[in-house]
Design a protein. Sequence first.
Length: 222
Amino acid sequence: MGTSLQPRTIAVLGVGRVGTAIARTLLDAGYRVLIAASGDPERIAAIARIVVPGAEPRRASDAVAEADLVVLSIPLHRVSGLDPVEFIDKVVVDGMNYWPPVDGVIEQFEDAPQGTSAVVQGLLPGAHVVKTFNHTGYHDLEPDRRPADAPDRLALAIAGDSADAVLAVARLVDRIGYDPVIIGALAEGIALQPGGAVFGARMDAEQMADALGVRKPDSQVA
């Protein structure tokens, strides 16, 4: 993998409520954050100054090229418009959900027996897709953060097929204030989607591991 296990610059594609919450959380954790939407970055410059102060607006292609890790937080119907070449060898966090009332019915995501992230991986075949963030509410992401030793620290589940990519994301999750719970291959991430076993749940690591039937090791980010 051509990316560091300790990402420093992160691109967040999407400036809606979810994307901006993730971007603020990453900034607070000390990451350099590039944000992008479709088109000219000047269109989102005001959003960056007011809603995500400290984030740097970029064109999406430039943000992806410059970043060590990319977070996708865009409507799923836009994923097919991304250029897969730009994502080759990138760790890509899929923080998206399929919402037919909002997105409309998208056949490839409607029929996704291995989960929607597997479809994203198919659309970006050279990327290392990892699923997390999508099972927690954007309104909970910032206030629920806790230091590493806090007794009330909550967990975020992580699924992915690349061990190195999963480890990079696990370290990021730990750094922003959550215990990472690695649940297995990308297809296991179906449990994090709407209707899944932990969608919308606010659990600590032990509860998360029990709910998903995985063992919680002493450290998932060593």
